[in-house]
Design a protein around this ligand. Sequence first.
Ligand SMILES: NC(=O)c1ccc[n+]([C@@H]2O[C@H](COP(=O)([O-])OP(=O)(O)OC[C@H]3O[C@@H](n4cnc5c(N)ncnc54)[C@H](O)[C@@H]3O)[C@@H](O)[C@H]2O)c1
Length: 261
Amino acid sequence: MKVNLEGKFALVTGAARGIGQAIADMLTANGARVAYADIDVATVQQTAANKPGALAVAMDISNESSVQSAMAEIHKQFGRLDILVNNAGVNTAKHRVNIDQFPLEEWERILKIDLTGTFLVSQAASRIMLKQQEGRIINIASVLGVVPARLQCAFTSAKAGVAHLTRTLAIELGEHGILVNCVAPGSTLTEGTKQLFYSESASEKDRAKRVLSHIPLGRAGTVEEMAHAVLFFAAPESSYISGQTLCVDGGWSAGGFFRDF
Ligand SMILES: NC(=O)c1ccc[n+]([C@@H]2O[C@H](COP(=O)([O-])OP(=O)(O)OC[C@H]3O[C@@H](n4cnc5c(N)ncnc54)[C@H](O)[C@@H]3O)[C@@H](O)[C@H]2O)c1
C-alpha cells in the first residue's frame, strides 16, 4: 500500500525494534517525518540513523515527566504532530500463571506501561492536536485484548483497556478533527517471537503448535502486515473512520477455531 504523507509529522513509541520499527519505517517511506521514540535510547538511535527526516527520541511512556519532555522536544523540532502511534508495550515472560499466582508487581508493571503509558502519550499528543484541530491517534492493542487467553491476565486486561480507551478518545476528540483507531495484532514474527516459532526445543515447538491452532491462516503475521494496517488509519483516505479496532490476526478473533476438530 502506498499513501501520501508528505508534510505530515508522526511519533511512534517503541520504535527501536519489532512492530514499532516497521511502523515508523513505513510512515517514513510514505513521506512522513517520524520521531522514533523508545526507552532503549542506544538502539533507537541506531534504528533511526540514516532514515530520511527521522528524529530519535528517548521516552519512557510510563513516566509522565519523560513523556512531557520528549513531547516538548518533538514539538520544538517538528512544530506540529499529525500522527501518534502508541505502539510501545510489554507482556510477561516469566509469570505465565493463573490469577491466584499472578504477582501484583507484575500486574502493576504491565498496566503502567501498556495502559497508563498509552494514556500519558495520548494526553500529551492531544494537547498539541487540539490546538491544530486535526490529528490521528493509532493505538496498538492485541487480539488478546479482544479474545482473552489464559495465564496473561494483566496483558489481556491492559490491551482490552487500550481498545476501550480508543473508543473513549474517539468520542471525546472527534469534534476537534482528531480520529482515534486501534490495531490489534495477532501473533507477529519479531526477534522475540521468532524464538518461539523457529525453536528446536520440543516444548517450544508444542507451544508454537498450540498458538498456531488458533489461527485460521495457519501462520504468524509479519511486522509489515501490522504496519500496513497502521498506514491505512494514518492515510488521508481513511478520513471517516474513528473509534475502530482492526484485528490483524489471520482470523484468530473470528471465533472458535480448532484445527483438529
Ligand atoms: N509481537 C507480537 O506477537 C504482538 C502481538 C500482539 C500485540 N503486540 C503488541 O505490539 C506492540 C509491539 O510489540 P513487539 O512485539 O514489536 O515488541 P518488542 O518487545 O519487539 O518491542 C517493543 C519496544 O517497546 C519498547 N518499550 C518497552 N517499554 C517501553 C517504555 N516504557 N517506554 C518506551 N518504550 C518502551 C522496547 O524497548 C522495544 O523497543 C506492543 O504493544 C505489543 O503488546 C505484539
